[in-house]
Write a protein that binds this ligand. Structure first.
Ligand code: GTP
Ligand code: MG
Length: 208
């Protein structure tokens, strides 16, 4: 019974959050600042990137679905370019039902975004499968035509054949050539160390 009461409370909380957010969205639209949304497989590093770009704290946890509520932060890309950056709940193959409400809020955020940043954990053995799942999900949502930048994250974790960590421009270039996407729409970074973030900022600025 305790559990059921807690679920009811959670559902009500989420309803309040949705109402609040639709208010925020309306206010944002009127502000005229472009909205950019982070999407990607769960644990890819979206919240870490959000924090790195905005310099504020959003919840980061090394567990699945650390983010249950979409969050928005103001991010200054360049001297005269500001965006509103939305963090979203991670995508996975099959969404557990208890997360559907939270996911719906995410979808409403994605509708608003003029640009999507697809964050990929390039250090993950299943990185390409995860990226495909995200691609498919975006297609299902009718968002395949939305302008998009792919960010290959956690580049600091990649090691060479000797197990040495590599973190160089060469590696980034090599990765990008394999990814089969126009270089203008892809970027290698480490959200954790900050490597590559300046390039990402200017790329974002030029896309808007
Ligand atoms: N080494 C390394 N770890 C990273 C990097 N970016 C994120 N992480 C770690 O990856 C884990 C997941 O990061 P989050 O930012 O919470 O991932 P998320 O995509 O927001 O996850 P969900 O909200 O669950 O979808 C955390 O332990 C981060 O510290 C990176 O560039 N390098
Ligand atoms: Mg998160």
């Amino acid at each position: 019974r305790l559990v059921r009461r807690r679920i009811t409370k959670l559902t009500n909380d989420l309803k309040t959050v949705r109402k609040q957010r639709s208010l925020y969205r309306r206010r944002r639209r009127r502000s005229g600042i472009p909205t950019v949304a982070l999407v990607g497989y769960t644990n890819a590093g979206k919240s870490t990137l959000m924090r790195a770009l905005s310099g504020t704290k959003t919840y980061v946890g090394d567990k699945l679905f650390a983010t249950l509520d979409p969050l928005t932060r103001r991010v200054h890309l360049t001297k005269d370019r500001t965006i509103l950056l939305n963090d979203t709940v991670g995508f996975i193959q099959k969404l557990p039902t208890q997360l559907v409400v939270s996911f719906r809020a995410t979808l409403e955020e994605l509708e608003e975004a003029s640009l999507l940043i697809h964050v990929v954990d390039i250090s993950h053995p299943q990185a390409s499968t995860q990226a495909e799942i995200v691609d498919d999900t975006l297609k299902d949502l009718g968002l395949e035509e939305r302008p998009r930048i792919t960010v290959l994250n956690k580049i600091d974790l990649l090691t060479d054949s000797n197990g040495e960590v590599i973190n160089s421009e060469d590696l980034a270039q090599e990765l990008l050539s394999y990814a089969g996407q126009p270089p203008a729409s892809i970027c290698a970074i480490s959200a954790e160390t900050g490597w590559g973030l300046e390039k990402l900022r200017s790329k974002l600025a030029s896309c808007l």
